[in-house]
Design a protein around this ligand. Structure first.
Ligand code: MSP
Length: 729
């Protein structure tokens, strides 16, 4: 094992709702990263957990009629239980209601108070309970992030002097010392910072479900305060390592984190608040409330930042279901358990020779592999991606059952049949004689061998850049390459011949195929830990976990795979899935009673729009009432995707972002605009029109544009600052 360490974290999950596959997505990405870093030999620490305080949880518990702690215990248990079923390899699961966390958060608060970075002030503002954040809108206006109604809160609060960190944060992000990826998110953070930072309210006194503000700060306030849930939650990344406790060994070994993995909606908290809190811990900074913000040379911040700030914050997109972000309040969630329960029974028993059914844990791990593969292969990391049961089954059958699984079973069965299950000895580097087909197969075999190491060198950086989608595409290309080679060489024909050259080619073909399978299996291991363990054992190579732990999967070498290796017992790896499974999963989801944890806050805009749409049609009247106007929902959107539709000269297919939602709109503007003209434009969309189908594609909304007598439509636009999804009134 190297001396390099790798610390990866997921956000800690709110316990106001049970886990869905959106949560599983973040955890799967972190698990794949952790597994890969371990196989590269790095000392790896992988942290996940649950975020259990705050008004949202308090209200959910009250609605369920239980104490917040009982509520949190139940839901936190369902996250932990699910990760266990899925074989997630986290090293720790932190709960913000644990005493180790609470004590350390109080220590953090007290340190910042003592340094003068936390002060008591009174404050009135609009608060979004769903996002647990004060937002900069007028009373009665919705939250710019999620569209829900905000509440006016008037409180005496403790404030964190966030404004003092605008410049240092800009410097650290601009210089790349604090890396934020993808680029779009980095730009978002930079433009937020350029707009200036206000001090941050970091305590609440209107409810009690949180960590109490510690002394001496507590007794300076008229009321009892609890620490703001985001400060409480962000601190988990260090409290789990023992920060502020009597044993800081893990903290010293693993902090700063190599990467905080987060969803794109929580970058402001992670890229601004969190680094600012960490910068403020620098003992060189002493900030008295009456004084101007401390000036510290950039290099002094930078030196502290090297030891205290996470190296990278990486944001992924959202998993969309039925076109909008999967979330409990929208009622469009898919539970991971449904996928485990539906795919699990497909898991073949461990050995073909026995007819024992595979055990429940094996079924879960098998099904978990299916979901892992789908999410990492299907969604270009950083972008939003749609989930559907049909797509899951199609991808599974195409890549795993017909692709990888089929290749393994073809090649290994032939080795069993023609060589008694012993890896044959190849004869490469001979000229292949006069027969062009033979020459071509020989050349293919040599190319696979010659590319063996270069392929790994090409693929590894893709994983390092979170380009799982491209990485898996490349592995699937390798699998098709081996498959084509096998088909072109036709071992089943060679096996019928007694000609010496045919026997030699048969052995070479099967050896090279087994080598290709070995390589694909090693590359797939972080993504498909269960299935690759089975294939590795079938190749006669023993335990893939041992190989990973001993650093043997880091870079495979051709010569390591010895002819004569005896294959293990063979069994199907990925049986085909019937299309009917999609229907089954849909039924499983709809048979679940609505979550016992009702949603909090006000109804989302989509529900209000739907309710408005149910009202009666207005009678013919040249003037309309304000209520009529209010029925038309117009919202600010950004064009994220624009493309031509084959054989449709007038139509363009657009995907527009509406804050927390993305939708497809078909627009007849192709005569006047190229897709490039449109990308990134901030436009206005009518969002509550009934969907329409054109050319087999559904259009959900209409762009607002001005035109005369069928002339060029000029798109109505809004300034860049208008928040996506905000409504025009
Ligand atoms: N508790 C905060 C995080 C505090 S971290 C110091 C929180 N929790 S959350 O449960 O709402 O979300 C946690 C993670 O799950 C986020 O990264 C979020 O993006 C992810 N997902 C929740 N729903 C999702 C989708 N539909 N799609 C993809 N990921 C999503 O925020």
């Amino acid at each position: 094992m190297s001396d390099r360490t790798f610390y990866v974290t997921t956000p800690i999950y709110y316990v106001n709702a049970r886990p869905h596959i959106g949560h599983a997505y973040t955890t799967i990405v972190a698990d794949a990263l952790a597994r890969r870093q371990r196989l590269l030999g790095d000392k790896t620490y992988f942290l996940t957990g649950t975020d259990e305080h705050g008004q949202k949880i308090e209200r959910s518990a009250a609605a369920a009629g239980v104490q917040p702690q009982t509520f949190a215990d139940q839901v936190s248990g369902s996250f932990a239980g699910l990760w266990r079923r899925m074989g997630i390899t986290h090293d720790d699961f932190i709960r913000t209601t644990s005493s180790r966390h609470k004590q350390a958060v109080q220590h953090l608060f007290a340190t910042l108070y003592e340094r003068g970075f936390i002060v008591l002030r009174s404050y009135t503002g609009q608060y979004c309970v769903s996002d647990e954040a004060f937002v900069d809108v007028a009373p009665g206006e919705p939250c710019p992030e999620c569209g829900r109604i905000t509440e006016t809160l008037s409180e005496e609060n403790f404030f964190f002097k966030l404004s003092a960190f605008q410049r240092p944060l800009l410097d650290l992000i601009e210089s790349g010392q604090l890396a934020i990826t993808p680029e779009t998110r980095r730009n978002e953070v930079l433009s937020f910072l350029q707009g200036g930072l206000k001090d941050l309210s970091i305590s609440r006194s209107s409810f009690t479900w949180g960590i109490p503000v510690p002394e001496p700060a507590a007794s300076t306030a008229a009321q009892k305060h609890v620490i703001y849930v985001w400060m409480d939650a962000l601190a988990n990344y260090i409290t789990a390592l023992g920060y502020g406790s009597s044993n800081e060994d893990l903290f010293n070994a693993f902090w700063p984190a190599n990467v905080h993995l987060v969803g794109k909606e929580i970058i402001r908290f992670h890229c601004i608040y969190w680094p600012a809190l960490l910068l403020a811990l620098n003992p060189e900074l002493q900030h008295k409330s009456s004084e101007a913000p401390p000036a510290l040379a950039a290099e002094r911040h930078s030196a502290w930042a090297r030891k205290w700030l996470p190296q990278a914050i990486t944001a992924h997109g959202w998993l969309l279901f039925e076109e909008s972000k999967m979330s409990k309040s929208r009622g469009n969630i898919v539970r991971t358990e449904t996928i485990l329960d539906a795919f699990g029974p497909l898991c073949p028993p461990p050995e073909a020779a026995t007819d024992a059914a595979s055990t429940q844990p094996q079924r879960d791990l098998f099904a978990s592999d299916v979901l892992r593969y789908f999410l990492l292969r299907e969604i270009p990391f950083g972008q939003d991606g749609s989930f559907s049961f049909d797509a899951l089954i199609t991808r599974y059958n195409a890549d795993l059952a017909n692709g990888y699984g089929n290749l393994v079973s073809r090649a290994l069965n032939m080795i069993t049949q023609y060589f008694g299950g012993s890896i044959p000895s190849p004869s490469l580097d001979h000229d292949g004689g006069q027969d062009p087909a033979r020459r071509e197969c020989g050349a293919m075999a040599e190319a696979i061998r010659d590319d063996f190491q270069a392929m790994q060198t090409r693929l590894h950086p893709l994983f390092d850049r979170f380009a799982f989608h491209d990485y898996l595409l490349e592995v699937m290309r390798l699998i098709s390459r081996i498959d084509n080679f096998l088909s072109a060489s036709a071992p089943w024909k060679l096996a019928k011949s007694s000609d010496e050259e045919d026997r030699r080619d048969l052995a070479t073909t099967l050896f090279v195929s087994a080598q290709g399978i070995r390589l694909a299996t090693a590359l797939l291991h972080p993504v498909l830990p269960f299935a690759t363990a089975r294939v590795w054992a079938q190749l006669g190579l023993g335990s893939i976990e041992d190989a990973a732990a001993q650093g043997r999967l880091k870079m495979l070498h051709w010569a390591e795979f010895k002819p004569g290796t005896q294959l293990g017992a063979l069994t199907t790896i990925f049986p085909r899935a019937d299309k009917g499974l999609a229907q089954k999963m849909t039924e499983m989801e709809s048979s679940i009673a609505p979550a016992s944890t009702p949603s909090i806050g006000t109804e989302p805009a989509a529900a209000l729009a739907a309710a408005a749409a149910k009202q009666e049609e207005p009678t013919a009247n040249p003037s309309i009432s304000i209520d009529d106007f209010a029925r038309v929902e117009m919202r600010v959107a950004r064009i994220a995707v624009a493309e031509r539709i084959p054989k449709a000269d007038k139509l363009l297919r657009l995907e527009v972002e509406l804050g927390d939602e993305r939708r497809q709109i078909l627009s007849g503007i192709a005569e006047w605009y190229t897709p490039e003209d449109l990308l990134g434009r901030r436009i206005i969309v009518i969002t509550n029109l009934a969907p329409r189908k054109m050319r087999g594609l559904e259009s959900h909304g209409m762009l607002l544009a001005a035109s005369q007598d069928g002339g060029k439509p000029y798109l109505a636009t809004v300034p860049e600052e208008a928040p996506l999804g905000s409504r025009l009134k």
